[in-house]
Ligand binder design. Structure first.
Ligand code: ADP
Ligand code: MG
Length: 368
């Protein structure tokens, strides 16, 4: 077992118009200054400023998509190829760049996000290993107002998909299309299909995508072939684009918007409780079942899983409140430490690689 914290990385999207947020950063933290009206002597208000400091594992300010991938996902994906489950989540307000980070921009190849790059890494590794037979499968799920939608099957109605938990705590989402893919191109085609369905859902079925969570799951089974076949290495990689974390003011919204906001606030706050609960050894109840998001992700959080949280912020002065709120959330996640172990490792070469990694991690810890 390896002790591993939830890695928390801040990514700031530059302000494209308007005033840049008053903010300074280095590789490990940010300092944000917010202009405020403060009360001096009773009844006398004057302009002032409040300074906030946050520390993270990494701050990616002007990073390219490739740099973001290397700093957040590459290691988790490599771990998944060695039998460790992994989860990468993007958290932040609408417009902060979560979908850009996860899926990427459409303009050019360089703008590819984490999901296409992860698929690239997986299939490149598989091709380079003639000693293993690999099976890769994909599911793409959307959670909107606590209902589940299959993004790989636009015709499916929400009630047909349900979450099933075995007595051993293994969670499966039944009724969801599981597509076995034999190549990167096939997998990318499915990603594109799911993204298109997300947009169709938005326009035709009134499911606002910024108000929904999407989970792209890649399941890998790697089986050694040849003279001495070993056991299968099974792992799951969950790539999650969370719903916008912005608070909706109760006075301004009503009906559907308020209902959406309620569901999002609840599921994000349960996500927080679950992650904090997993890191708290003294706690025996972790409220996975309290929201669809955490229930679906039950096997992908804590326990056997490496987790990276990308906190996406929008570095525009007008967004300072939401930026502070995202930084606070991310800061709370930083303290969490869980234990991870590979799912099945009897294939000796993977075991050797795993041990090499552990030695490396221990050496790094010692040199800190
Ligand atoms: P979210 O999914 O958090 O609501 P998006 O990913 O849709 O936000 O991003 C909002 C807009 O900002 C999109 O047009 C996107 O292309 C752009 N954008 C986001 N992050 C960056 C970035 N790091 N660099 C350049 N443009 C970005
Ligand atoms: Mg989005």
């Amino acid at each position: 077992m390896v002790a591993s914290s939830v890695r928390v990385v801040l990514r700031a999207r530059p302000s494209d118009h308007g005033t840049q947020i008053n903010y300074q950063s280095d590789k490990k933290g940010v300092s944000i200054v917010q202009q405020k009206v403060i009360e001096g002597r009773p009844g006398v208000q004057q302009p002032g400023a409040q300074n906030y400091q946050f520390k993270f594992d990494n701050v990616l300010d002007t990073a390219s998509q490739e740099q973001v991938y290397e700093a957040t996902a590459a290691e988790v994906v490599q771990g998944a190829l060695e039998g460790f489950n992994g989860t990468i989540m993007c958290y932040g307000q609408t417009g902060a760049g979560k979908t850009f980070t996860m899926s990427g921009g459409k303009q050019n190849f360089k703008q590819r996000g984490i999901i296409p790059r992860a698929l690239g890494q997986i299939f490149t590794e598989i091709k380079s290993r003639p000693d293993v037979a690999a099976k890769v499968s994909i599911q793409f799920l959307e959670i909107y107002n606590e209902a589940l939608y299959d993004l790989l099957d636009i015709t499916t109605q929400p009630h047909e998909i349900s979450i099933y938990e075995s007595s051993r705590g293994l969670v499966t989402v039944s009724g969801l299309r599981t597509a076995v893919v034999g190549s990167e191109a096939e997998a990318l085609a499915l990603l594109f299909e799911g993204e298109t369905n997300r947009v169709i859902g938005e326009h035709q079925l009134n499911r606002e995508s910024s108000r929904s969570h999407s989970i792209f799951t890649i399941t890998m089974e790697l089986k050694p072939i040849g003279e001495a076949p070993g056991d299968v290495l099974v792992s799951k990689l969950a790539l999650v684009d969370l719903a916008g974390s912005e608070r909706v003011s109760k006075t301004k919204s009503e009906g559907l918007v308020l209902r959406e906001a309620g569901h999002i606030n609840k599921s994000l706050s349960i996500l927080e409780q679950v992650i904090l609960g997993l890191g708290d050894k003294g706690r025996d109840h972790v409220p996975f079942r309290s929201s669809k998001l955490t229930h679906v992700l039950k096997n992908s959080l804590g326990g056997n899983c490496r987790t990276v949280l990308i906190a996406n912020v929008w570095a525009d002065a007008a967004q300072t409140d939401e930026t502070l709120s995202t930084c606070r959330f991310a800061q709370r996640m930083l303290r969490v430490t869980c234990e991870v172990s590979a799912n099945v490792v009897q294939d000796s070469s993977a075991r050797v690689r795993q041990l090499e990694r552990q030695v490396q991690e221990l050496q790094q810890e010692l040199s800190m």
